[in-house]
Design a protein around this ligand. Structure first.
Ligand SMILES: NC(=O)c1ccc[n+]([C@@H]2O[C@H](COP(=O)([O-])OP(=O)(O)OC[C@H]3O[C@@H](n4cnc5c(N)ncnc54)[C@H](OP(=O)(O)O)[C@@H]3O)[C@@H](O)[C@H]2O)c1
Length: 307
């Protein structure tokens, strides 16, 4: 196994792997990397829960995956779970609904994300990158942790980004919610992606003894809908760069690799790019005290510390 690189696709890295009897849940499964990750996990036999905010888009994506699979993916393999990460109340409702299905969860892919240039707040008043990319995923994962424990051996894959190189977070986590500083879309996106990695590391540390392995990754640069709210010059630059980008299959490869490879069934707390262990782009990314600080602050912000 292993030896994969930038050109490897999600299908390639999971060749020969049988996921029959396994259940996976992918956030943001209706388009982009989440859609391709869902498709390939289902192609390998998994039941995949598509956790999406827009049920029409989720249904259309599900139909498309089944229709284009030439009979290799059955409709019963794909389940829809409404999940809007713009509001913590919706995250709680979604977690409750999932738990009511009473299913062990073998694979959780925290994939949904936004990258926007303007300042926007979630329903709970969080800066949108912080709220959607990090806090909503933090809360959802924590609320369904018993389903992951019940799997015996579970994997959590967190889709971060090399954009964490633009993060601003200090060891003190000052102004984490962007209330005092001049707003920067790319820097707040970078902060949220740094928190994705710190979360994966701390999750792995706290729950490894329960059979949960968590890793994070940079998928590469891929033409998806992620830049949909960016400026015209950004879009034009993106169009020019398309020939140098990864395909969606290549972009989803590291998520699928970490979710399925026997090499990482028990090794966690790591960061990957192109299916290889990588050095994180931010200087504080390996700071254990910061991992714990982000965890504790996230518990406080999502109300988990009052339970
Ligand atoms: N593409 C890249 O070059 C790149 C590079 C580095 C990292 N990443 C990361 O890869 C992940 C997937 O991104 P992508 O490129 O596939 O982007 P995408 O095509 O825009 O897909 C993003 C997904 O997230 C969902 N989402 C957004 N806001 C949500 C919310 N409030 N609640 C629930 N779901 C929500 C979207 O749903 P809707 O369709 O309903 O909006 C969509 O399903 C992200 O975490 C991103 O940061 C991407």
């Amino acid at each position: 196994m292993g030896g994969f690189n930038r050109w490897s696709t999600a299908e390639k890295v999971s060749e020969g792997i049988d996921l029959k009897g396994k259940t996976a849940l992918v956030t943001g499964a209706n388009t982009g990397l989440g859609l391709e990750t869902t498709r390939v996990l289902a192609l390998r036999g998994a039941k995949v829960i598509m956790a999406c905010r827009d049920q029409q888009k989720a249904e259309a994506a599900r139909d498309k995956i089944v229709a284009e699979s030439a009979g290799n993916i059955q409709p019963e393999q794909l389940l829809n779970l409404p999940l809007d990460m713009n509001a913590l109340a919706s995250v709680r409702a979604s977690a409750e609904e999932f738990l009511s299905w009473d299913m062990p969860l073998d694979i959780l892919i925290n994939n949904a994300g936004i990258m926007i240039p303007m300042e926007r707040r979630t329903e709970d008043g969080f800066e949108a990158h912080l709220g959607i990319n990090h806090l909503a995923h933090f809360l959802f994962t924590r609320l369904i942790i018993d389903a992951l424990k019940r799997a015996g051996q579970a994997r959590v894959v967190v889709v971060a980004s090399g954009a964490m190189g633009m993060a601003t977070q200090t060891a003190e986590l000052n102004d984490i919610n962007w209330e005092e500083r001049k707003f920067s879309g790319m820097r707040s996106y970078g902060d949220s992606k740094l928190m994705n990695l710190l979360f994966a590391k701390e999750l792995n540390k706290r729950f490894n003894q329960d059979g949960i392995v968590a890793n994070a990754l940079h998928p590469g640069v891929i033409a998806t809908e992620l830049a949909r709210d960016q400026s015209l010059p950004f879009m034009i630059l993106g169009l020019v760069a398309i020939p140098f980008m990864k395909s969606k299959g290549q972009g989803a490869a590291t998520s699928v690799y970490l979710a399925t490879s026997p090499d990482y069934a028990s090794k966690g707390g790591l960061y990957f790019s192109s299916c290889q262990e990588a050095r994180p782009e931010y200087k504080l990314a390996s700071d254990e005290a910061l991992c714990t600080a982000v965890w504790e602050r996230s518990e406080a912000l999502t109300g988990l510390d009052n339970r």
